[in-house]
Design a protein around this ligand. Structure first.
Ligand code: FES
Length: 103
């Protein structure tokens, strides 16, 4: 397990223990974290699972691969927006803080 912190737009931290090798999206959806809709179920086709990496974690999260990259525009990339379904939880991500956009 790794602890993932999902901070919603109201500033509340939803702290979850997420199994290794599952996605950050799945860790949120399966435990009722609000604001991550994940309409496509994790196939990088809907972008309704977006999160913003906290500045402290940008360099520690593996970069987006081509499929994810194609779903993010330049503005998203500049703001460190990621598809949470494409971020796989590893022990190195224990303590990861992601911000969930308000809309
Ligand atoms: S769940 Fe659809 S892109 Fe992540």
């Amino acid at each position: 397990m790794a602890k993932i912190i999902y901070r919603t737009a109201d500033g509340f931290d939803h702290v979850r223990d997420v199994a290794i090798d599952t996605s950050v999206m799945r860790g949120a959806v399966d435990t009722g974290v609000p604001g991550i809709n994940a309409e496509c179920g994790g196939s990088a086709a809907c972008a309704t699972c977006q999160v913003q990496l906290d500045d402290a974690w940008v360099a520690r999260v593996p970069p987006a691969r081509d499929l994810e990259d194609s779903m993010l525009d330049e503005e998203d990339q500049a703001r460190n927006i990621r598809l949470s379904c494409q971020i796989i939880v590893t022990p190195e991500l224990d303590g990861l803080l992601v911000h969930i956009p308000s809309a």
